[in-house]
Design a protein around this ligand. Sequence first.
Ligand SMILES: [Cu+2]
Length: 154
Amino acid sequence: MSTPTSSHAYGIGIMAIIVGAAAGIGYYQMYYLPELNAKPKVSAEILNPVGTTHIQMIPGAANPDQKDNFIPKLVPVQLGVDNKVVWTNTDDTAHTVTPDTPYDDPYSGEFGSPGVIKPGTTYEFLFTADQKISYHCTPHPWMKGSLEITKQRF
Ligand SMILES: [Cu+2]
C-alpha cells in the first residue's frame, strides 16, 4: 500500500536520481571529455629526442632547372631518436615547407611553415606519430621532399 509519506519519499528518490544523473553528465562534459580531447600523452624520449634531423634549402633551389633543393630529399625519421626536424634556408630566396596534403600531428598540431622561411632562418617541427609526409615549397612547387617517420627500431 502506498501512503502519502512513502510516495513523497519515492518522489525525492526520483529527484535524487535525476540530479545525480545530471551531475554525472555535467562531470562527463566538463571534465572527462576535455581530458579525452586533450593532447595525448607522449613519451619523454619522443618529446626530447637525442638527435635532430636537419634539412637544408640549398642555394639555387628557386631555379626549376636545378635538381637539388631540399637536401636531403627523402628522409627517414625515428620517433624518440631524431623526430625533431629543422629546415634551414641557406638560399638567398624565401621558401616554404608545405605538406602536399594537410597534416596535423596529434601533439604538435598543424605541420607546415607559417608563411615563408626567410634566407638564413629555420623552421622546426616535432613529429610525435609515425607517418609518411610529402611536402613542397609553395612558391617553387618543383621543390619537393618527403619524410618517413617510424616508431623506434630496436
Ligand atoms: Cu621555394
